[in-house]
Design a protein around this ligand. Structure first.
Ligand code: 5GP
Length: 127
């Protein structure tokens, strides 16, 4: 795998407790916390505790236990927040940016969960 993980990235520092966060959920392999610059009334970041850079890295290199824990955590967070569209909630969007084309800012894999307002169409044209 060609990925080099930077242990000084901001989410690694959050995982080590060096920077505070507003935790939404913590499990054996996953941490979820509020985004510091929310782009919707609900904006949660879900990260694996392991050193994975982006979605494909995680999907190919993480253990089955990590992947199951992470995926179930996303489901439980959506249930806890009452945003599941199949359960009467308003729905949500998950986003995982990877690399330069997606303007990934923090090189530790994370899934954004956004909800609480109409989110528009999936992509906008770049300026
Ligand atoms: P990306 O562009 O990498 O997909 O998103 C990175 C996200 O991390 C951004 O939404 C940004 O607001 C958030 N973020 C950056 N630094 C911090 C921080 O120190 N704490 C928290 N809670 N969120 C952060």
């Amino acid at each position: 795998m060609a990925y080099a993980y930077d242990p000084q990235n901001i989410f690694a520092r959050i995982l080590r407790g060096e920077i505070p966060n507003r935790t939404v959920m913590e499990t054996a392999h996953t941490l979820a916390f509020a985004d510091i610059h929310p782009q919707a009334p609900i904006h949660v970041l879900v990260i694996p505790k392991g050193p994975y850079v982006c979605a494909d890295h995680f999907a190919l290199a993480a253990t089955d236990a990590e992947i199951v824990d992470f995926t179930r955590a996303i489901g439980r967070i959506c249930a806890d927040l009452g945003i599941q569209p199949g359960e009467g909630g308003q729905g949500f969007r998950t986003i995982a940016n990877a690399g330069d084309a997606a303007a990934q800012e923090v090189p530790h894999y994370h899934v954004h969960i956004l909800s609480g307002r109409p989110l528009g169409r999936m992509l906008q044209q770049p300026d």
